[in-house]
Design a protein around this ligand. Structure first.
Ligand SMILES: Cc1cc2nc3c(=O)[nH]c(=O)nc-3n(C[C@H](O)[C@H](O)[C@H](O)COP(=O)(O)OP(=O)(O)OC[C@H]3O[C@@H](n4cnc5c(N)ncnc54)[C@H](O)[C@@H]3O)c2cc1C
Length: 394
C-alpha cells in the first residue's frame, strides 16, 4: 500500500486532517485501533469554539452540527453560594457551541466514508519506521495479516496514549508536564439541563461543573481524588454531592436528575511536546499535548493543529516548499501554550486541592471575585473561552 499521508488515529485530529487533505487533492489512509462503534460512542468533549465551528462549516462538515447544536452566549461562575454570569457574547463578540464530540466523530467518519478514501478500523500493532528518511512506513495488523503502508508523511493523531510519540528518539524532543492532585468524575444523565448555560462551581467540597449535550441529556462533573475508585460513587452519592456543590444560598434552583447513562473518572494533566515533529512524523492533537478539561480546549486545539498541518502539507506537496512544514511546530506551540495557560488558570482557580492551605483558598476567592466584578478580567476569560482566532485567520 502507498499513500501520501499515513494518519494514525481516527479521533477529531486524524479525521479532520484527512478531510482537509482530501479537499486539497492529497491522498491519505487513516488507521484506527478501535472499532467504528467504539469511537462513535466515546463520550468526551462538548464545547466547540466559534473558530472550530466556522472551519467545520467552511469545509462542509457542519450540516448536522448547525442543525442540532446548542449555542451559548454566556456561562456562570458559582462560589460562596452566589452565581455570577460571564456574558461571553457581550464581552468577546462570540458564542460557544455545545455539540458532543462523539456526534462530531460520527459526522467526520460519515464524511470520510463518503469520499471513498481508506479508513481502516480495528487495526493492531501499529509500528512506524524510517521516520528520519524520505519514505517512512507504517506497519500494522489487519484481520490477522501484517500489512505495510508506504508514505511521504506520517501524521501521529493517536491521542495521548497512542504509539506515535514513542517513536521519537530520546533527546529529540522536550516534554513539559504537570499532574494535578485531582480528577473529574463525569456522568452523562438522562435529565433535562437545570440551567441554560454551563455552571462552573468552586465549593469547599471541591469543583463541580454542570453542562449538557442536548435538551434531554445533562453532562455533570465532580472533582474527586485521582485514585478515587468509581465503585465508591453509587448514583445517589453522585447526585447528593452535585446538589451540595451546585447549591445557591438564595435557594430557588434545583438540579434535575435522572438515570445515569455513563460514568467515568478522568485524570487531569498538562503536557506539551516540543517540537511536535520528528523527521517525517508530525504529531497533532492530544498526541502532542494535553490540557486539563476545565478550559474545554483539547478538541479545539486538535483542530487548530491539523488546520496548520494541512496548509503546510498543501504547500509542500504542490511546490516542494517546506517553509510552512518547518514552522509547523512553532506555529502550533504558540497557541498550545496560550491554551495551556488558560486551562491551568481555570483549573487552579476552581479546584480545591486536598492539602491546600487557607492562603491558597483566599487567593482563589479573590481571583473569582475579581473575574466576576471587573469587566477587563471577565473579558480576558471570555476571549480565551470562546477561542482566539485560528492560526492564519484574524
Ligand atoms: C472528560 C473530558 C472532557 C473534555 N471536554 C472537552 C471540551 O469540552 N472541549 C474540548 O475541546 N476538549 C475537551 N476534551 C478533550 C478532547 O476530548 C480531546 O482533546 C480530543 O479528543 C483530542 O482529539 P485527538 O484526535 O487528538 O485525540 P483522540 O480523540 O484521543 O483520538 C485519538 C485516536 O487514536 C486512536 N489510537 C490510539 N492509539 C492508536 C494506535 N496505536 N493505532 C491506531 N489508532 C490509535 C484512538 O483510539 C483514538 O480514536 C475533554 C476530554 C475529556 C476526557
Amino acid at each position: 500500500m502507498r499513500t501520501q499521508v499515513g494518519i494514525v488515529g481516527a479521533g477529531p485530529a486524524g479525521l479532520v486532517l484527512a478531510h482537509l487533505l482530501h479537499r486539497q487533492g492529497i491522498d491519505s489512509v487513516v488507521l484506527e485501533r478501535q472499532s467504528r462503534e467504539h469511537v462513535e460512542r466515546r463520550v468526551r468533549a462538548g464545547v466547540l469554539e466559534h473558530g472550530t465551528v466556522d472551519l467545520l462549516t467552511e469545509v462542509g462538515l457542519a450540516d448536522r452540527l448547525l442543525r442540532e447544536r446548542m449555542v451559548h452566549h454566556g456561562l456562570e461562575l458559582l462560589f460562596e453560594g452566589e452565581a455570577y454570569r460571564i456574558p461571553l457574547r457581550e464581552l468577546s463578540g462570540q458564542d460557544i457551541t455545545i455539540y458532543g464530540q462523539h456526534e462530531l466523530v460520527k459526522d467526520l467518519i460519515a464524511a470520510r466514508i463518503a469520499t471513498g478514501e481508506p479508513l481502516l478500523f480495528a487495526v493492531d500493532d501499529v509500528v512506524l519506521a524510517g521516520l528520519d528518511g524520505v519514505t517512512p512506513t507504517i506497519s500494522f495488523t489487519e484481520d490477522g495479516a501484517r500489512r505495510e503502508l508506504h508514505c511521504d508523511i506520517v501524521a501521529g493523531c493517536d491521542g495521548f496514549h497512542g504509539i506515535s510519540r514513542d517513536h521519537v528518539p530520546d533527546g529529540a524532543a522536550t516534554y513539559y508536564e504537570r499532574e494535578y492532585p485531582f480528577a473529574w468524575l463525569g456522568i452523562l444523565a438522562q435529565a433535562r439541563p437545570s440551567s441554560e448555560e454551563l455552571i462552573y462551581a468552586y465549593h469547599d467540597r471541591g469543583f463541580a461543573l454542570h453542562s449538557m449535550r442536548s435538551p434531554e441529556i445533562t453532562r455533570l462533573y465532580l472533582q474527586v481524588r485521582p485514585d478515587e475508585p468509581l465503585a465508591e460513587w453509587p448514583d445517589e452519592r453522585i447526585w447528593s454531592e452535585l446538589r451540595s456543590r451546585l447549591a445557591r444560598r438564595a435557594g430557588g434552583w434545583t438540579l434535575s436528575d435522572g438515570p445515569i447513562l455513563e460514568k467515568g473518572i478522568t485524570a487531569m494533566r498538562s503536557f506539551v511536546m516540543d517540537p511536535m515533529r520528528y523527521g517525517r512524523l508530525f504529531l497533532a492533537g492530544d498526541a502532542a499535548h494535553i490540557v486539563p478539561p476545565t478550559g474545554a480546549k483539547g478538541l479545539n486545539l486538535a483542530v487548530a493543529d491539523v488546520l496548520v498541518l494541512a496548509g503546510a502539507l498543501d504547500a509542500w506537496f504542490r511546490s516542494g516548499n517546506s517553509a510552512l512544514l518547518d514552522a509547523y511546530s512553532q506555529t502550533c506551540l504558540r497557541r498550545v501554550w496560550r491554551v495551556q495557560h488558560f486551562s491551568w488558570w481555570m483549573t487552579s482557580m476552581l479546584h480545591r486541592a486536598a492539602d491546600a492551605d487557607p492562603f491558597t483558598h483566599q487567593l482563589q476567592l479573590s481571583q473569582l471575585r475579581y473575574v466576576t466584578s471587573s469587566r477587563a478580567a471577565a473579558t480576558s476569560l471570555a476571549e480565551n473561552y470562546v477561542g482566539l482566532p485560528l492560526p492564519g485567520r484574524g
